[in-house]
Design a protein around this ligand. Structure first.
Ligand code: HEC
Length: 137
């Protein structure tokens, strides 16, 4: 194998390593596991929920959602009660936040938020899912 190819493979490996160590990946593993050896990881999880809260507060969500009361959309606490805090549900709800639509809670549609990145929408979803106070189970 010549050196140029070796160099390219090294570069690809570094990119992969960086991609695998994004906070999203690590939080996934540690969620709901208070026994986790790595305390810093749990701070990261709480951090992400705090970031999600800021993102929700900065966005238009509050026009239709209240933490505890149904307005146009379901209260975010009711959403948290309906879905278990799993990575599958985080990804699903992030998709719902981005794409909007109706049919789960009623006929009123949620507006789409196509300007949001998947990562930010997942932070918002994590914040919403944290609202039933059962993160520590
Ligand atoms: C125009 C009003 C409106 C806005 C703005 C809005 N929502 Fe919604 N949202 C709704 C409605 C209505 C539903 C119920 C949709 C349904 O029945 O499928 C909903 C549902 C949801 C759900 C649950 C989806 C499901 O599949 O159970 C989540 C989570 C959510 N919204 C989060 C957000 C967040 C976060 C924002 C801000 C980025 C936001 N919404 C902005 C009206 C809105």
């Amino acid at each position: 194998m010549n050196n140029e190819i070796k160099k390219q493979m090294m570069a690809a490996a570094v990119v992969l390593m960086v991609a695998c160590t994004t906070p999203k990946e690590t939080v996934k593993e540690d969620y709901g596991n208070p026994e986790s050896a790595d305390a810093a990881m749990e701070v990261t999880a709480a951090d992400i929920i705090a970031q999600g809260e800021s993102l929700v507060k900065a966005s238009d969500c509050k026009t239709c959602h209240h933490v505890a009361n149904k307005i146009i959309g379901p209260s975010h606490t009711d959403v948290a009660k309906k879905y278990e805090f799993t990575t599958t549900n985080v990804a699903y709800l992030a998709g719902r936040i981005i794409n909007g639509g109706a049919g789960v809670w009623g006929e009123i549609p949620m507006t789409a938020h196509t300007d949001l990145s998947q990562a930010d929408a997942e932070k918002m979803a994590r914040y919403v899912l944290s609202l039933d106070g059962e993160i520590e189970h």
